[in-house]
Design a protein around this ligand. Structure first.
Ligand SMILES: [Zn+2]
Length: 273
């Protein structure tokens, strides 16, 4: 599942190819994503200029002046850009093409179809999918004090609080597990009992973990143009995520795995208290 860093790397990769371009045509081969793509989508988008490409949590936003296109990659979505010279016939899961005024095709592939493409005429950040989201973890307003204040009186575990997008947007399972390791906090700890000092370390660890992942993705970024369009999962060395039973890289203790909500958490029972 593409996480926040993957979506940010996609944004950085495609923005220079999209910004300032007009949408010449839209081809919808299969509108049945998580929500049906509007039958009017081609009519809405044709002729619009893409003024900027931004991101909110794991949503990619193509801002087009009188409205914005909201994209989400769901479980298996990916994008690629095809120049006229490099254009290939669409494959089975290539559901939507946006054709730009220079002939470049912006192609959305989504085998499991949990992704989304929605149009918003109104201020996109007020769209029902985005309006309730908490702060962006990489923004300055997200810090240890904010986490501390939002968790007073909460008995839920810190891991589940970090996965709650109303508290902080888009941290995701991998990066929550990794940041808790780096700040030495057990994912099962009740959020309301964690001190301000520890929340400051945790907020810094979240930012650093996401920044490093974006950097890794950026440096290993295959060109989006005429690439094979496979999802941009980064080859990263995790400290705890996915390492159940393996030795902790700090102390050698076996990494534990526990179910929290519907997700697995990984942690070192010695390093994380
Ligand atoms: Zn350890």
């Amino acid at each position: 599942m593409p996480e926040l860093p993957e979506v940010e790397v996609i944004r950085r990769g495609i923005a220079p190819h999209l910004e300032g371009r007009h949408i010449a045509d839209v081809v919808i081969r299969n509108p049945n994503l998580r929500w049906p793509v509007s039958p009017n989508m081609a009519e809405i988008l044709r002729g619009l200029k893409i003024s900027s490409v931004s991101r909110r949590a794991k949503y990619l936003l193509l801002n087009c002046g009188k409205g914005s296109l909201i994209l989400h990659f769901g479980m298996s979505g990916s994008l690629r850009l095809l120049t006229p010279a490099g254009a290939v016939a669409p494959q089975k899961h290539d559901h939507i093409d946006l054709v730009l005024d220079n002939g470049v095709i912006f192609r959305l592939r989504d085998p499991r179809r949990f992704g989304a493409m929605l149009w918003s005429y109104d201020e996109v950040l007020h769209h029902e999918l985005l309006a309730q989201l908490g702060p962006e973890p990489l923004d300055a307003e997200f810090d240890g004090l904010m986490l501390y204040k939002k968790t007073r009186g909460r008995s839920a575990s810190i891991k589940q609080v970090l996965m709650n997008s109303r508290i902080v947007a888009g941290v995701g399972n991998i990066y929550a597990s990794e940041a808790l390791f780096h700040s030495h906090i057990n994912p099962l700890s009740p959020a309301g009992q964690i001190s301000l000092d520890r929340y400051r370390k945790l907020a810094e660890a979240i930012k650093k973990t996401l920044d490093l992942a974006i950097e890794a993705g950026g440096s290993s970024l295959r060109d989006f143009v005429n690439s094979d369009g496979k999802p941009g999962y980064f080859q990263q060395q995790y400290w705890v995520y996915g390492r159940a039973g393996k030795p902790c890289r700090e102390c050698g203790t076996h990494i534990s795995q526990v179910r929290q909500g519907q997700r697995s958490s990984f942690y070192c029972p010695l390093c994380q208290k």
